[in-house]
Design a protein around this ligand. Structure first.
Ligand code: ZN
Length: 391
């Protein structure tokens, strides 16, 4: 039996789930809700089967990631099985398994929260860009009112996210996304939100398979050799080594898994120059997923005794890698640049931590100074553009 088939069989056996039929079918059947599906849907879901996963959108993410893997990894990446389970903790895990069986498990609750953090960012980013355009084109009248409106909308969203995150953090029950944020998606932005959510899923799957590819879970000499070869290559283009310097091994492994996943999603290992659109997707996939994790679990700061580094450190690592990858890039076709998005995303993480803190009595970290973040982000845009045009 191939390693993939062994991994697949082991997953279903361990989780006591049927090997044929999609996860959705399994979930609806367990909830006694199969009658909500049409006859056609029912047949499709009951018969759905894929070698690599039990959910179609995970299979899609996985085949993208395999395509974008460095050539020396492709063969082992094809052997990873990624299963979705109906667990309520916002989490995903790469299993420590014997020999070359590589299994990744993703909890349904993790995937259900992503859309809300994507929607909240989409609205925040669009607001920033609008105000930024006003400033750079000299339309200063009524600017304060526009910023106040943006702040109000942002606060409203984070209030909804704060409330929902208490449900999402419960380890015993699965909760769907918020209706509140869903209701805010305009028809024009629906497509954008639909495109970003799969980027988040890709980042999660990429992070977990990177644990396997980087030999974090095995003693295989061959995998270790391939891992250090790829890390050396990445280290030559980025500050990866200095980013993880001084961290305990488990925390350095987490950062490395984040960065490799981000680079996979960004198309770093594929031939040719990185294109802006792919990079934008990777930036949002990584940072929005990390923001959601931080906001729900509250692990913002790094404690060296913990198994995972804090979310701020993880997000900063992605920003630093983005910076080194793009410092030589000129403006894109729409006079855009990946660092603009990086600044917006950095502000978004800071605001998330601040709004999270306003709900916790014991919190003593930074509190959102909305105008400061906005000013910093917006001021960066026109000056960044000028500097790049001057190159
Ligand atoms: Zn991890």
């Amino acid at each position: 039996m191939s390693n993939l088939r062994k991994a697949r069989a082991r997953f279903f056996q361990e989780r006591k789930m049927p090997e044929v039929g999609s996860f959705f079918y399994y979930f609806m059947k367990k909830a006694d809700r199969l009658d909500e599906l049409s006859a056609e849907e029912l047949k499709k879901e009951a018969e759905w089967r894929d070698d690599h996963s039990n959910a179609e959108y995970i299979s899609d993410a996985l085949s993208e990631l395999i395509r974008m893997s460095p050539d020396l990894w492709k063969a082992s990446a094809r052997n990873v099985f990624v299963g979705l389970v109906d667990a309520a903790e916002v989490n995903a895990t790469a299993w420590r398994t014997d020999k070359d069986k590589a299994i990744v498990e993703i909890n349904l609750q993790f995937l259900l929260v992503l859309r809300d953090y994507v929607i909240a960012f989409d609205e925040f980013g669009a607001g920033l860009r609008k105000v930024g355009a006003d400033i750079s084109e000299g339309r200063l009248e009524g600017l304060n009112d526009k910023i106040a409106l943006l702040q109000e909308a942002t606060e409203e969203n984070w209030n909804a996210l704060n409330l929902a995150s208490e449900e999402w953090a419960r380890p015993d029950e699965i909760h769907p996304g918020t209706q509140f944020l869903e209701g805010k998606v305009s028809a024009a932005r629906e497509d954008v939100v639909d495109r970003i959510v799969p980027e988040c899923i890709k980042f999660i799957v990429g992070h977990e398979i990177s644990h396997h590819m980087l030999a974090h879970l095995t003693n295989s000499d061959n995998k270790r050799k391939l891992a250090s070869k790829v890390l050396r290559e990445v280290g030559a283009d980025t500050d990866l080594q200095s980013i993880t310097l001084g961290l305990p091994r488990e925390q350095a492994d987490e950062i490395n898994a984040d960065v490799i996943s981000f680079l996979l999603c960004a198309g770093y290992f594929t031939e040719g120059a990185i294109d802006f659109k792919t990079l934008y997707g990777a930036q949002m996939g990584a940072i929005l997923t990390l923001t959601g994790l931080g906001h729900i679990n509250g692990y913002w700061e790094t404690d060296l005794a913990d198994s995972h580094p804090g979310i701020i450190r993880r997000a900063n690592a992605i920003s630093a890698v983005t910076r080194s990858l793009t410092s030589q890039m000129l403006l894109g076709p729409h006079r855009d640049h990946p660092m603009e998005l990086a600044f917006q995303l950095e502000s978004y993480v800071m605001l998330a931590q601040g709004y999270w803190g306003t709900h916790k009595a014991s919190y003593s970290g930074p509190v959102p100074q909305f105008a400061d973040y906005v000013a910093q982000t917006i001021l960066t845009l026109p000056s960044l553009r000028r500097n790049l045009s001057a190159k």
